[in-house]
Design a protein around this ligand. Structure first.
Ligand code: UGA
Length: 441
């Protein structure tokens, strides 16, 4: 199948490389010329495990090419829209500029029978409006949300846990004839996953768009729920990690996504719950999602609490104190610093007069672009040199495995603030550290 993938960021680049690895002929289109040059040379422009191998394999087999020219999308049968939908400046709603632009530029190159597949996360109602604009082209729109996680994007794309197709429906709610035809094309694209038995949910546009934001809202709620329990644990001397283990054994609850700590960040969960609230307001059902305001508030409070705890550990003031922050990425196995809790805590402390040194195995370059005033060090040991307190803010494996004795030799004072509840308190205390954490005694 000839495929175009429009937008080659975290989603599009992985999608393009993964589809090409399955034997499709893929052209990836992006407006960023540097990114296109890098991808065309088989180099991933961001850190994503497994992507470099997938890219070099697909580029050298000739199945994957890249271009900045939308005209090169002509001739493809299926066109995936994978551009970003960030939060609008100063507003909760999603900024659809990139979706609008990609769509407008693609339109003149579409021909009868083409299938346009929306994968970007959009406010419900967007697909319906885009589909109307396709009417004169003879192309059909399918809404096919993606659920990949950064750090596991290759695995999630090649082996998704489910596929969702939002298809055009007629007045009686039935899938239209054009919709059925388009579906066959998408089935062909995903034939490997489908024959592996991946569950497929076929539905209408509105449901498909809602599935994505509902899933991310649920995950955000789960994290904020356990972080709310963290606040209770802090007030009572209880241990949130044991609490999560105990409730997680109930299969209806489940232990995954119940890791209390500094909370969620990244380019998806925070902006998706806000855009969802904004859209609910426009639809006149804002009350239905007012709980997401609290989910957001609990999440942001964790960052404040982390700074307060660091202050407490430094006898009431962080002014002039040397603080090491381990982690800048919003989560391990990623170099993405968008809305990173780690970086937000580091920047807050710097603004409040501390001397902050940040380290991260992958995200230093991105972090420096965002906060050039912070100091950066290549390793945990170098960042912790002379530190009055060390903060673990992103749970990279190498920070979980730090030796408290070795680290204890370079710091000024043995104070560890574990923002992700991943260290063993007993081991650190035995090595002479004052150990504090979010939600643990
Ligand atoms: C998220 C969803 O998990 C994906 O399913 C979705 O496709 C994606 O957004 C998207 O919309 O594109 P991602 O942003 O890569 O994926 O990251 P997650 O693994 O969901 O983690 C989000 C944040 O929650 C991270 O900051 C992480 O540290 C935090 N988190 C996660 C916790 O604080 N506690 C947990 O128990 C789990």
């Amino acid at each position: 199948m000839r495929i175009s993938v429009i937008g080659c960021g975290y989603l599009g680049a992985v999608h393009a490389a993964a589809m090409a690895s399955l034997g499709h002929d893929v052209i990836g289109i992006d407006v960023d010329a540097d990114k296109v040059v890098s991808l065309a040379a088989g180099r991933a422009p961001f850190f994503e495990p497994g992507l470099p191998e997938l890219l070099t394999g697909s580029v050298s087999s000739g199945h994957l090419t890249f271009s900045t020219d939308m005209a090169d999308a002509a001739g493809a049968r299926v066109h995936f829209i994978c551009v970003g939908t960030p939060q609008k400046r100063g507003e909760f709603g999603a900024d659809l500029t990139h979706v609008e632009q990609a769509f407008a530029m693609l339109l003149p190159h579409l021909t009868e029978g083409d299938v346009v597949v929306g994968k970007s996360t959009v406010p419900v109602g967007t697909a319906e409006a885009l589909a109307e604009r396709l009417e004169d082209t003879g192309a059909t729109l399918i809404w096919n949300p993606e659920f990949l996680r950064e750090g596991f994007a290759v695995q999630d794309t090649l082996h998704p846990d489910r596929l969702v197709y939002g298809l055009p429906t007629g007045t009686a709610g039935q899938i239209t004839e054009a919709g059925e035809k388009a579906r066959q094309a998408l089935d062909e694209v995903y034939s490997v996953s489908l024959s592996d038995g991946t569950p497929l949910v076929v539905t209408d546009y509105a449901t498909a768009q809602l599935v994505k934001v509902a899933a991310n809202s649920f995950l955000a709620t789960k994290i904020s729920f356990i972080n709310a329990m963290s606040e209770l644990c802090e007030a009572t001397g209880a241990d949130v990690t044991r609490l999560a283990d105990a409730i997680g054994y109930d299969e209806r609850i489940g232990r995954r996504f119940l890791n209390a700590g500094l909370g969620f960040g990244g380019g998806c969960l925070p902006k998706d719950i806000r855009a969802f609230m904004a859209r609910a307001g426009e639809l006149g059902v804002d009350q239905a999602l007012s709980f997401l305001r609290e989910v957001d508030a609990i999440n942001m409070r964790r960052r404040v609490r982390m700074v307060d705890l660091a202050r407490e550990m430094c006898s009431g003031s962080i002014v002039g104190r040397r603080i090491a922050v381990l982690g800048a990425a919003f989560k391990p196995m990623s170099d993405d610093v968008r809305d990173s809790p780690a970086l937000s805590v580091a920047a807050q402390m710097q603004l409040q007069g501390a001397h902050v040194t940040v380290t991260d195995p992958q995200a230093i370059d991105n972090a420096r672009l965002k906060w050039p005033d912070l100091r950066f060090a290549p390793t945990a040991l170098e960042a912790a040199e002379g530190a009055d307190v060390v903060l673990l803010a992103t749970e990279w494996a190498e920070y979980r495995e730090l030796d408290p004795v070795v680290l204890g030799k370079v710091v000024n004072a043995r104070r560890m603030l574990d923002g992700r509840n991943v260290l063993d308190p007993a081991t650190w205390r035995q090595a002479g550290w004052t150990y504090r954490a979010l939600g643990r005694p």
